[in-house]
Structure formats: structure tokens, C-alpha cells
Write a protein that binds this ligand. Structure first.
Ligand SMILES: [Zn+2]
Length: 188
């Protein structure tokens, strides 16, 4: 596991990376598992009002949404797309997004004004959509190590990075694969 800051995704896509990395499997911490944690995380990114009081149901929805995003990032790393993750994301996108055209000739997907958490989810779905279109999303990957799943932005030329950190997860996985091979050949 490496720090998000070491290989940050560009622009608004960083929010997706940071959301996925609110769960640190290795450290056993989840930054958005409490009402205050989720509120602060959203407030720090100007995604929700400072007086937001998330309910348990909303916390659960954000966690589900986060894991669905992680599923997409695993798919960016060569895993098959998890159908449950797709269902969850399609549900999330249904909250209502509209296209807003601006005077400077740009257009943006914006969530319909509604309850704050649904709007947050809608905004993040819009970021994913836009980054798929501009090609940056494919570089945002989740580490495939079973006890990791950390989101990292792949800056390699041919988009071939697999592990969040070759020094840690990559070598750990190599040891595992080596052991598994030994077990197979020796039958121990
Ligand atoms: Zn890792």
C-alpha cells in the first residue's frame, strides 16, 4: 500500500481515488464509517454542507458505492467486471443527472438538486463518466492483492502497472505464488 499522494489521479478523478482509499484494509481503518467521518470527508472536498448529518443508511450507501467503484478499478486492472458492482453503479446513476451547458462553451453533468448524499453520489458518477470519456479513468486501478485493494493512478507509459507498490504488494504476492507452486509440486 502506498500513499494516494504518491500517485494522485488528475483533476476531479482524485475524488474517486480518495473515496476508494477511505478504506485502508491494511491498517483496518475506514474514514467514512461514522456520521462525523463521512461529513468531514465530504466537507473537506466541498461536496456537502458542513452541517450534514448522515444517517446509518446513507453511510451504508456510500460504503456500497465505494466498493462498486473499487470493482471498476479492479476491472481496470484486468479483473472481470463484477456484475454486482455494475448494478450498484447503475442504481447510483439513476439518481438523476442532467447536462448543463455553460456560456464558455463547456458542458457538465450535474446531479439534480435533491438530498445531499444522492447528489454526492451523482456528482461522483459524473466524474467517472467524464474520465471514461477523456481516457484517464482506465489508469485508475485497484491493487489486486487480497489484503489491499488500494486505488492508484498508473503513470506507466504502456499502462502496465499492476500493484499499488511493487516493493510491498507485488513482492508479497510473488512469495505467495511461489509457495502455492511449491505446495502443488511437493503436495505439502
Ligand atoms: Zn497493494
Amino acid at each position: 500500500m502506498t500513499d494516494t499522494a504518491a500517485n494522485p489521479a488528475p483533476g476531479a478523478l482524485l475524488i474517486v481515488q480518495e473515496l476508494v482509499n477511505t478504506l485502508d484494509v491494511e491498517a483496518g481503518t475506514d474514514a467514512i464509517e461514522t456520521p462525523a467521518g463521512l461529513r468531514d470527508w465530504l466537507r473537506d472536498r466541498s461536496l456537502a454542507p458542513a452541517d450534514l448529518r448522515p444517517t446509518d443508511d446513507e453511510i451504508a450507501r456510500m460504503a456500497e458505492f465505494r466498493e462498486a467503484l473499487r470493482g471498476l478499478l479492479r476491472a481496470n486492472n484486468g479483473d472481470p467486471v463484477d456484475p454486482e458492482a455494475l448494478r450498484s453503479l447503475n442504481r447510483a446513476g439513476r439518481g438523476g443527472l442532467r447536462v448543463r451547458f455553460d456560456e464558455d462553451g463547456t458542458a457538465a453533468l450535474v446531479p439534480q438538486p435533491e438530498e445531499p448524499i444522492a447528489a454526492v453520489v451523482g456528482s461522483i458518477v459524473a466524474i467517472v463518466f467524464t474520465s471514461i470519456a477523456d481516457g484517464t479513468f482506465a489508469r485508475l486501478k485497484a491493487c489486486p492483492a487480497r489484503d489491499c485493494g488500494w486505488a492508484f493512478y498508473d503513470l506507466s507509459k504502456n499502462r502496465s502497472a499492476r500493484w499499488c507498490s511493487m516493493a510491498v504488494c507485488g513482492s508479497r504476492e510473488k512469495v505467495r505464488a511461489h509457495r502455492a507452486r511449491q505446495v502443488k509440486t511437493t503436495g505439502v
